[in-house]
Every structure is written in C-alpha cells, then in structure tokens.
Design a protein. Structure first.
Length: 278
C-alpha cells in the first residue's frame, strides 16, 4: 500500500529500527526492491532523485513506482529524493509521490530554511511528507563530507526543524554519497547529541559502503531512515558481468540482475532491522 513517511518512520523511531530508501530508477530495481520487502515483511521507501532523472525520466518512472506501491502487500513510501528545485518537487507531488525531500543544503542556510518551510506548507496541505537537510552530505568522489563545518550541529538541527516543520531530517555525520575511496569516519557522538534534542526521525545519506557495524550503530543511536543506492547498483553490475561471462541471453541477464539486487536489498533490510515489522 502507498503511504507517506510518517506511516513508517514513527514506528521505526519508536522501536529502534531503520527503514531503507532504495532509489529505483528503472522497473528492474523496482521489482527487486518491492519483492524483497514483501518477502521479508518489511516497510520500504522507494523513489528517485533529481540528479538521477537523466537516466530515468520522472514522468515515465513515477506511474510505475506508484502502481507498484499501491499493489504491494507491505507499506511503501514513494519518495522524491534530493529535490533541488521547487518546480521538480511540485512535479513529483503532482505525479502522485507520497513524500519528497527538498535539499537546499548546498546553498545559503537562511534560503534553505525559507524554501523548505514553503514546500512543507504546500506538501502538508496535500498529505505529503517532507524531508529536509541541514549540514551538508557531500559526494565521496569530490572528497566532501570530511570537513567539520559541513557536519550538522544539534543546535542547527533543532532550529531547522522548528523553522520548517519537516517530517524527517537528513543530517551530516561523516558519510558521503557514492563509492568511498577511503573508510568514512562516522561521528556517532554527534548523532547521539542531535537525537537527544530532537524527536524528528533522522536520516542517514551516503550509506552504501558502510560496514555492517556502522549501520547497526547508527540505527541503534537513532537513525530511522537509511538511503541506499550505490550498493544495489553494484549488485546489479556484478550480476550483469556474471551473466555476460556465462553467455546468458539478455532476458536471462535481466532476471539474474533482479535476483541479485533483490538479495542485496534483503541483506540491508535485515541489517536495518525492518524485516518482520509489517
Ligand atoms: Zn542523499
């Protein structure tokens, strides 16, 4: 069934588990992630991000995501990840997404606050939940996510939630997007300090490549939503390489890819503790 973030994150926060957001830019990923969630009886969040749209047009993939969510036997949030512009966020809402992220974290803090608050007002009138970001989770390839001034402080997290009314908050505690060149250093003390001051569900971005231990620690200390993309892509690439080596046909390679991406998604759901929760 199609639900918004509140329907899955409040329970996750209360019962100390994490719900995965798996971006599903094509129907193969969609099939892999939804079937993984159904098999494990796990709530799940699917979606796409503004930067991913050149590889999967929003108007084409949105109806497939929404149809898959509606017919699923587990709660599914269809979330627009890292909306960078108001126009795209509104388009996603128009197309039936139940949740959006507006990410103004790369720009001026005051602007981010003002723009996020406006989008929250618009979305809440329509029953759509909104995730915001304060601090800045950068790109691993650019070496971002390592300078202290990009990390979220407890004070700015509290101020941001108060000023914007977001339903979930992405925080920067040392992770970065994409594949890591060196092992990330997670600031768990910072996460604890933010959690202690705030009731809003917290979101970890840049999760691919973290160790199982890192995931367990961050979920235990208060992360309710974990974003995963690169790790599922890697599982898909490995399957395609394996299929080519074995001389499989196009459709056989596709089926193998779905199966391997499904296994990767199931591993994450089990690790986050969301399996068996619905
Ligand atoms: Zn992200």
């Amino acid at each position: 069934m199609l639900v918004n973030l509140d329907a899955v994150l409040k329970d996750a926060q209360k019962n100390h588990y994490g719900v995965g957001l798996f971006n599903t830019t094509d129907t193969d990923m969609l099939e892999a992630v939804i079937s993984a969630a159904e098999e494990l009886r796990s709530p799940v969040i699917i979606g796409t991000a503004e930067v991913l749209l050149p590889s999967g047009e929003l108007k084409l993939i949105a109806p497939a995501m929404i149809a898959a969510a509606k017919r699923a036997t587990v709660p599914v949030v269809v979330h627009f990840d890292h909306g960078l512009t108001r126009e795209r966020c509104l388009e996603a809402i128009e197309l039936g997404f139940s949740s959006i992220m507006f990410d103004g974290s790369a720009g001026d803090t005051e602007e981010n606050l003002k723009n996020t608050a406006e989008i929250v007002k618009y979305a809440h009138e329509r029953g759509i939940t909104v995730e915001g970001e304060i601090g800045h989770v950068g790109e691993a390839a650019a070496g971002d996510g390592k300078t202290d001034d990009m990390y979220t402080t407890p004070e700015e997290a509290v101020n941001f939630v108060k000023a914007t009314g977001v339903d979930a908050l992405a925080i920067a505690i040392g992770t970065a997007h994409g594949a890591y060149k060196e092992k990330p250093r997670l600031d768990i003390e910072r996460l604890k300090a933010i959690r202690a001051k705030l009731d809003t569900p917290l979101v970890l971005h840049g999760g691919s490549g973290l160790s199982d231990e890192d995931f367990k620690n961050t979920v235990r200390e208060g992360i309710a939503k974990v974003n995963i993309f690169t790790d599922i892509c890697v599982a898909g690439i490995d399957a395609m390489n394996e299929g080519l080596e074995r001389g499989l046909s196009y459709l056989e390679i596709r089926d193998l890819k779905v199966e391997k991406m499904k296994e990767a998604a199931k591993r994450k759901m089990t690790l986050f503790g969301s399996s068996g929760k619905c």
